[in-house]
Design a protein around this ligand. Structure first.
Ligand SMILES: [Zn+2]
Length: 1040
C-alpha cells in the first residue's frame, strides 16, 4: 500500500531526485550507479606514439608497444594510436555491451579499417557500443584501434581556454574496459533529468512544474535501483506525464543536429581535418540509430577534406544526404568572416561553396549559415540573393555588449535593397544540449513573439566539433509534445524556414549592416594576416584579368583555371572567421602566412606567363610591359627597374584594363602641363611638399600641420590641430584578448611625441617629392615614415615601417579634419555606408571602433577629407577626427602576435565636392592596385591597348575572369557594381572580339532574358544604387 500523502518541501524533494540521478553522490545506491553493470578489462592494450597525423593504413603497421590504463602520452599535437584487443565474456550473452574509454585528448575508434565513432570526454562520448545485444554465435573477440589526438576539443591552452597552447602538455588514458550497459536505467535517467528540468525551469508559480516534480518523486519512490523489475512502473509514470499533450498554440522548436567546427582556431587546419571525421562519423552513427534525426552541416572545405582523407565516410554522408538526414547548408567554402573579405572574395565563397555542394550532394544550399562570426556586411543580402539564397541563419549578434538586437526573426535588407529572411536561434546558442532550460529559453527570449511561432534550436557540441549525442536526441524526442512546454520537432532547415516564411508578412525589417558590438579588435589584430589577405585579393584579381586578356589575344594561351581555383580556395580558407580576424593561435597564423606565400609566388608566375602571352606577336621594344588592371585610364609615377638592379622614376600613362610600352629613359615625357613636385625645407626643418594640386606641410617631427587643396586654397586640417598624429592606447579587454578592444581604451589616449630635427627631405622633387622621419613610439617600438607626393596625384601617401614590441597597447594615427558632419562614410564590399561621428545613443557609441575597407571619408557640403589605406581595416571617426587603427598587441591566443616589423601605407586626400565626384574611390583603388611593370620576354607591344572601359565613373568593373563554364575556354565573366549609390546608365566598351553578351547571376547562370544588344563593341547597362551585375562575354574563336 502506498504511503499516505505527505507535505513535500520543494527544495528537498527536488534535491532528492537530483541525488537519485547524481554521478557524484550516492552512486553506491542511486540509479546512476546502475547505468553500467558487470565490467572487465580489455584483453590487451598497446600503443604507438607519433608527432605526425598518419593515415590509418600507415599507423596500424607501426610498432605498437604494451600499454596500460594510467599511461601518459603526448606532448601536445602528437598522436597516440592504441590497439585494443577485446574478449567479451560468454556470460554477457543477451546484454548490451560497451567499450568504455576515457582519456584526455580527442579519440576516434577505427573498426575494420573504417572510422566508426568519436570518443571525447569533453564531448560526452566515453563509450562505444560493441553490440546492442550479444548473440550466442556472435564473435566475442575483436580488435579496435583508437586514434587519440593530443589536444582537447578546444586545443591545449595553458591555464585558460584562449591562452597560447602549452607545448608540453601530457595526456592520460584513465579507462579502457568492457561493460554491460543497462538501457532501461538510461531511459529512466533521461526522464528524471527532464522532469527535474521542467520543475526547475517552470518554477514554483507553475502548476505543471509541481506535476513534474511530484512525478519524479513518485518515480523515486517506486524505483529500486537494485531491482530492475521495479523500473517499468516508474517508466509508466514518466510516460503518462510526457504523454499529456499541449494545445494548438504551442510554440514549435525546430531542433537541428549541429556541430560548429572552427576550420582553424585554437588548433591547426590539419587537426580540423580529423575533427571533422571524429564528429561526423559519430553523426552517421546517430543517423543510423535515429531515422528522424537530421544534421545540418556547413563549410564545403571541411566536406572536401573528408572527401579526400576519409572517402568511406564521405560516401556515407552522401547516402544520408540523399535521404534528407544529412543536410549540407551555408553555401560557402568556409564560414568566413562577415566583415573583412572583399566583395569579390565573398562572391567566391559562395561560388566555390555552391558548386561543391551541387557536385557532391546534388543540390545547392538554400540558406546562408553563419552562426559564429563577428559582424555581417550590408552587402550580404544582395550577394546571397544572387547566389540562389534567400534565407539566413546566425546567432552571434546575441553577443552584443551594449544593445540587445531587437529581433530573432526578421527581414534583413541590404545596401542595395535586397532582402533575405533572417533567423537567430532565440536560445542564443549554436551548441545546445537538449535541456529543458534551453528549450524554455528558446521560447521566452524570442523577441518576435506574436509575429512567428517557430524557432531554431541547434544542438550538439561545437566550436571544436563534437556534435550531438544520443542523450541529446533522446531528450528532444521525449519533449516532442508535452503540456507546459513548446513542441519540439527534430526538423530540417527547410522545414524551419518554410514555417517562418509562412508568417513573413508579420515580420519587421532591419536595414543595413548587422554590426556586432564586440570583437572590434579583430579588424586590426594580426596585421600580417590582414596584409596577406588584401595583397592576395589584389594578386588574384590581377592574374585573372591579365590571363583573360591573354586568352582573348592569344590562341596559344591556356587559362590557368585549375591553379586559380586552388589559389582562390587557399585564400577563401584563410578568410575563416578565426583566421583573417587574427583570433587564432600562432600555428594557424604561420599556416596562413604559408598560404599567402603560395598565392604570391604562383600569382607572380602566372602574371609573368600572361604578360608573355600578351607580348607575343606584336613587334616593339624589348623590356617592360606596363599594365593597368583597373577600369580607368591612369597617369602615375612608377619606379621602373633598370639594368643593374637600379630603378628610375617615370610618369606613365596606361589605358584602362590594358597596357602601354614602358618609356625608355631617354623618352621621359616632359611633365607639362602638370606642375612638378616642389619640396622645400624651412630653417625650422619643417618641410612643404607641393604638386600644384595639394600642398602638404609637415612640422619638424613629421606631423601634418597643413594640407591645402591648392586650387581653392581650402585647408583640410582642423585649426590649431595636427594630423598624422600617432597615438597609443592601453588595450586591456575583459577576456577576449585578440578579439576585443573596449570602449574605455579611448580614455587612455597618449599622443606619441616626436623629436624635432628628425624630419629630412627624401626625394627632392620633380616627378616625386618626399620627406621622411623617425619616431620613437616607446622604449621598445619605433617607426619610420616617408611622406610622398607624386606629380599629378590628388593624395599624399605615408609609407610606414614600424618595429612593434608592445604588450596590450593599441597604435592608431589620427587626422583632425576641418570638416563638420554628423556622419562619416566607410567603404564596404561593393559600396559604402555611413556611420555616426557622435555618441548620441547607445547604438552610436557602441560603434566606437568600426571596420572599413580601402577608404573612409568625412565630408560636409562641398568639401571633405578621405583617408585611404592599403591593408588596414580598423577605423573610426569621432567628431572631426579620422582615425586609422594600425597595430595591436594582444597576447592570447597567440603570444607572439604582431610583434616585429610591419610595413603599410595610408594616404590622405582632401577634395572638393562629394567624395564620389572627387574620385576618392578610384584613388583608393589606385593605392591598392599599383601599375605593374612586367618583364616582357620578347618584344613588348609598341602601342598602348585597352581591353575594357566603362563610360560612367559610378560603375566599377571589378572582376574579369574566365567563366566557370566556358565552352572552348572562350567565355569571360565580368563583374561590375555601382559604387556611388546612384541610379546609373553606362556603356561598357571592349576591344575584345565579343560574339555574345548576356547577364548572369553571381553563380554565372545565364539570365533568362537573353543576350544583350552589342553594337560597335559597346553595350548598355543600367544600375540601381550599389547593384552588382555580372556578365558573360562569349569571345569569337581565335583568328587561326
Ligand atoms: Zn566559430
Amino acid at each position: 500500500m502506498a504511503a499516505a500523502p505527505a507535505l513535500k518541501h520543494w527544495r528537498t524533494t527536488l534535491e532528492r531526485v537530483e541525488k537519485f540521478v547524481s554521478p557524484l553522490y550516492f552512486t553506491d545506491c542511486n540509479l546512476r550507479g546502475r547505468l553500467f553493470g558487470d565490467s572487465c578489462p580489455v584483453a590487451e592494450l598497446s600503443s604507438f606514439l607519433t608527432p605526425e597525423r598518419l593515415p590509418y593504413e600507415e599507423a596500424v603497421q607501426q610498432d605498437f608497444r604494451p600499454a596500460q590504463v594510467g599511461d601518459s602520452f603526448g606532448p601536445t599535437w602528437w598522436t597516440c594510436w592504441f590497439r585494443v584487443e577485446l574478449t567479451i565474456p560468454e556470460a554477457w550473452v543477451g546484454q548490451e555491451v560497451h567499450l568504455r574509454w576515457e582519456s584526455d585528448g580527442e579519440g576516434l575508434v577505427w573498426r575494420d579499417g573504417e572510422p566508426v565513432q568519436g570518443l571525447t570526454k569533453e564531448g560526452e562520448k566515453t563509450s562505444y557500443i560493441l553490440t546492442d545485444k550479444l548473440g550466442e554465435k556472435d564473435p566475442r573477440s575483436l580488435t579496435l584501434f583508437v586514434e587519440v589526438a593530443c589536444n582537447g576539443l578546444l586545443g591545449a591552452g595553458k591555464g585558460s581556454m584562449i591562452a597560447a597552447p602549452d607545448p608540453e602538455k601530457m595526456f592520460q588514458v584513465s579507462r579502457a574496459e568492457l561493460a554491460v550497459f543497462h538501457r532501461d536505467v538510461y531511459k529512466l535517467l533521461v526522464d528524471l533529468e527532464l522532469l527535474l528540468g521542467i520543475a526547475k525551469g517552470l518554477g514554483e508559480d507553475n502548476q505543471r512544474s509541481f506535476q513534474a516534480l511530484y512525478t519524479a518523486n513518485q518515480m523515486v519512490n517506486v524505483c529500486d535501483p537494485a531491482q530492475p523489475e521495479t523500473f517499468p512502473v516508474a517508466q509508466a509514470l514518466a510516460s503518462k506525464f510526457f504523454g499529456q499533450r499541449g494545445g494548438e498554440s504551442q510554440h514549435t522548436i525546430h531542433a537541428l543536429g549541429h556541430c560548429h567546427i572552427d576550420t582553424a582556431w585554437l588548433w591547426p587546419f590539419k587537426e580540423t581535418v580529423r575533427k571533422c571525421a571524429r564528429s561526423w562519423v559519430t553523426v552517421v552513427q546517430l543517423m543510423e540509430r535515429n531515422p528522424e534525426f537530421i544534421f545540418a552541416c556547413s563549410q564545403a572545405q571541411q566536406l572536401e577534406w573528408v572527401r579526400s582523407y576519409y572517402p568511406g565516410l564521405h560516401a556515407r554522408l552522401q547516402e544520408f544526404a540523399c535521404c534528407g538526414q544529412f543536410v549540407p547548408v551555408g553555401g560557402t567554402w568556409v564560414e568566413m568572416d562577415g566583415n573583412l573579405p572583399s566583395g569579390e572574395s565573398m562572391v567566391r565563397q559562395f561560388l566555390q561553396g555552391q558548386n561543391f555542394f551541387r557536385q557532391e550532394f546534388g543540390k545547392m544550399c538554400s540558406e546562408f549559415w553563419l552562426p559564429d562570426t563577428f559582424g555581417y556586411s550590408a552587402q550580404l543580402p544582395q550577394i546571397m540573393r544572387s547566389c540562389g539564397i534567400k534565407r539566413f541563419l546566425t546567432q552571434k549578434l546575441s553577443w552584443n555588449l551594449v544593445n540587445s538586437f531587437p529581433h530573432h526573426t526578421f527581414l534583413w535588407e541590404g545596401l542595395d535593397g535586397s532582402q533575405v529572411l533572417a533567423h537567430f536561434p532565440p536560445g542564443d546558442s549554436y551548441g545546445m544540449q537538449g535541456s529543458v532550460e534551453e528549450v524554455l529559453k528558446t521560447v521566452t527570449k524570442n523577441r518576435d513573439k506574436g509575429r512567428t511561432n517557430h524557432s531554431a534550436f541547434l544542438f550538439g557540441f561545437g566550436d571544436g566539433g563534437g556534435g550531438p549525442t544520443q542523450t541529446m536526441v533522446d531528450r528532444l524526442k521525449r519533449l516532442c509534445n508535452t503540456d507546459g512546454l513548446p513542441r519540439v520537432q527534430l526538423s530540417s532547415p527547410e522545414r524551419l524556414f518554410s514555417a517562418l516564411e509562412g508568417h513573413s508578412e508579420q515580420l519587421c525589417t532591419w536595414v543595413g549592416e548587422l554590426f556586432l558590438e564586440l570583437h572590434n579588435g579583430t579588424y586590426t589584430t594580426h596585421a600580417q594576416i590582414k596584409k596577406g589577405n588584401r595583397e592576395c585579393e589584389r594578386i588574384l584579381h590581377d592574374v585573372e584579368l591579365l590571363s583573360s586578356l591573354a586568352l582573348a589575344r592569344s590562341a596559344q594561351f591556356l587559362y590557368p583555371a585549375a591553379l586559380l581555383q586552388d589559389l582562390w580556395r587557399l585564400l577563401l580558407l584563410t578568410q575563416f572567421h578565426d583566421v583573417v580576424t587574427g583570433s587564432c593561435i600562432q600555428l594557424v597564423a604561420e599556416e596562413a602566412m604559408c598560404h599567402y606565400e603560395d598565392i604570391r609566388s604562383h600569382g607572380n608566375t602566372l602574371l609573368s606567363a600572361a604578360a608573355a602571352a600578351l607580348c607575343a606577336g606584336e613587334p616593339g621594344p624589348e623590356g617592360l610591359l606596363i599594365v593597368n588592371t583597373l577600369p580607368w585610364k591612369r597617369t602615375e609615377v612608377l619606379a621602373l627597374p633598370r639594368p643593374g638592379g637600379a630603378h628610375s622614376l617615370a610618369l606613365v600613362t596606361v589605358p584602362s584594363m590594358g597596357f602601354a610600352p614602358a618609356p625608355t629613359p631617354t623618352s621621359l615625357q616632359p611633365l607639362l602641363p602638370q606642375q612638378p613636385v616642389f619640396v622645400v625645407q624651412e630653417t625650422d626643418s619643417s618641410v612643404t611638399l607641393d604638386n600644384g594640386i595639394i600642398r602638404v606641410r609637415l612640422d619638424p617631427t613629421g606631423r601634418l600641420t597643413s594640407l591645402v587643396l591648392v586650387a581653392s586654397g581650402r585647408e583640410a586640417i582642423a585649426e590649431g590641430a595636427v594630423g598624422n598624429q600617432f597615438v597609443l592606447f592601453d588595450d586591456v579587454p575583459l577576456y577576449w584578448d585578440a578579439w576585443d578592444v573596449m570602449d574605455y581604451h579611448l580614455e587612455t589616449r597618449k599622443p606619441v611625441l616626436g623629436q624635432a630635427g628628425t624630419l629630412a627631405v627624401g626625394t627632392e622633387g620633380g616627378v616625386r617629392g618626399s620627406a621622411w622621419f623617425l619616431l620613437q613610439i616607446s622604449p621598445n617600438s619605433r617607426l619610420s615614415q616617408e611622406v610622398v607626393l607624386d606629380v599629378g596625384c590628388p593624395y599624399v601617401r605615408f609609407h610606414t615601417e614600424v618595429h612593434w614590441h608592445e604588450a596590450h597597447k593599441f597604435l592608431k594615427v589620427e587626422f583632425p579634419a576641418r570638416v563638420r558632419s554628423p556622419q562619416a562614410t566607410y567603404e564596404v564590399q561593393f559600396g559604402h555606408l555611413q556611420r555616426p561621428t557622435h555618441y548620441n545613443t547607445s547604438w552610436d557609441w557602441a560603434r566606437f571602433e568600426v571596420w572599413a575597407h580601402r577608404w573612409m571619408d568625412l565630408s560636409e557640403h562641398g568639401f571633405g577629407l578621405a583617408l585611404l589605406n592599403d591593408c588596414k581595416y580598423g577605423a573610426s571617426v569621432r567628431g572631426n577626427v579620422l582615425s586609422l587603427s594600425l597595430l595591436r598587441a594582444p597576447k592570447s591566443p597567440d603570444a607572439t602576435v604582431d610583434m616585429g616589423r610591419h610595413e603599410f601605407t595610408y594616404a590622405l586626400m582632401p577634395h572638393k565636392g562629394s567624395f564620389q565626384d572627387a574620385g576618392v574611390i578610384p584613388a583608393a583603388y589606385s593605392l591598392n592596385f599599383p601599375l605593374l611593370a612586367l618583364p616582357a620576354p620578347g618584344p613588348a607591344p609598341a602601342s598602348a591597348w585597352s581591353a575594357f572601359s566603362v563610360s560612367s565613373p559610378a560603375v566599377v568593373l571589378e572582376t574579369v575572369k574566365q567563366a566557370e563554364t566556358s565552352p572552348q575556354g572562350r567565355t569571360l565573366l565580368l563583374r561590375l557594381y555601382e559604387a556611388h549609390g546612384s541610379h546609373t546608365d553606362c556603356w561598357l566598351h571592349t576591344s575584345l572580339p565579343v560574339q555574345e553578351a548576356v547577364l548572369c547571376d553571381l553563380l554565372e547562370h545565364r539570365d533568362p532574358t537573353g543576350p544583350l544588344l552589342l553594337r560597335d563593341n559597346r553595350l548598355k547597362l543600367t544600375f540601381t544604387p550599389f547593384q552588382v551585375q555580372s556578365l558573360l562575354l562569349v569571345l569569337q574563336p581565335p583568328p587561326n
